[in-house]
Design a protein around this ligand. Sequence first.
Ligand code: 9MR
Length: 454
Amino acid sequence: MRAALVSTLVTATTGAAVLLATSASAGTTLGASAAESGRYFGTAVAANKLSDSTYVGILNREFNMVTAENEMKIDATEPQQGQFSYANADRIVNHARGQGMRVRGHTLAWHSQQPGWMQNMSGTALRNAMLNHVTQVATYYRGKIYAWDVVNEAFADGSTGARRDSNLQRTGDDWIEAAFRAARAADPGAKLCYNDYNTDDWTHAKTQAVYRMVQDFKQRGVPIDCVGLQSHFNSQSPVPSNYQTTLQNFANLGVDVQITELDIEGSGTAQAQNYERVVKACLAVTRCTGITVWGIRDTDSWRSSGTPLLFDGSGNKKAAYTSTLNALNSGGSTVPTSTTTSTTEPTGPTTTTTIPGPGGCTASVSLNSWNGGFVATVKVTAGSSAINGWTVTTNLPSGASVTNAWNADRSGNSGAVQWRNVSYNGRLAAGTSTEFGFQGTGSASGLTPTCAAG
Ligand code: 9MR
């Protein structure tokens, strides 16, 4: 059930109009309640449980984001070098999309769950094999993934703040940024995340090390859009008192923050209160855009003996479910969403403008049409922060196709066409613009471009 929305048009300090939505009534499921503040609520899904009706009933009712628990890992998708296997991952992606849920991709490059052939590789051969894997898998799922965990768990635990030793790390420190660049090239529309555990406590050396890497990537223009905090908690690793500080500090680097694998061992009121703290911390941080729990029922968990999830083994809602739902319904910051306004002048060009949140970009199109063809000029404008690159998506109506383009790299020529900046027009200072254009056949009326920075 979607609550009615009360919309307020406000003017941000930059002068850009931002549409804020406020909830007028509480949601009754995790996904619907999270959506009221512009967030998602997701779960890890195992393909072999999609035939379990209790499991699927809860999945379809409560969640609006899905992560494949194991099916998109390297050993699953490339079991033999160069032979890709997507059947189980596709079952999850197709189920999610069929239910209108989005998908987080997990994971393209990781020291663990490598197929045997990759475990035995090193040096340039491994680097190339890793980049080929990233490219192939991200290309196969292009347009279907909301966010990719491009690199998972690349930092060591403990007090050193060093990279984790692995065959991938031994190919050179730049393996992480190389993976991100390959992922961006393969799927410019997906948000690209770095994902790790034990990065929840702001004072930990590992948290600081990941923070410095993300800061460095942003400064050098390495494409990164989000940081995933896995957030596996138990008595040895409790929810830290500075958890919200950690989320906020990452967000302040200009990336989204996502809680990607949440589970909290325990039971009863104590567990319920811990879930409430985590949810409220996310809601307090504007760029904390969603929460994923690592499984549905306690019996589905990788740590089932710790009963760390929101539903018991029979699928009943636990106290932790209720506290999570109540926390989602308690208000909090609203994630700035891109909103679209459109004006049509019957005799002149059509102009459509997308208004971004801070740090994003807008795209507007001016269309000159004739019977059977058109020229579109697209203006890309940075939001309230400078951007290092942009990707614009234009959904062409059926029958329309692109014949010629300038000032942008293109993928596709019909349907959802994606446009990526070229070398000379990716960097835009706050509020400044650049233009690219294309010519096509058919009709492009009603074109509403969207823009993603990064
Ligand atoms: O939940 C996953 C479990 O089924 C697998 O056996 C395990 C193998 O590595 O991976 C689990 O998921 C992990 C995730 O991919 C990365 N972060 C830690 C998760 C829990 O181990």
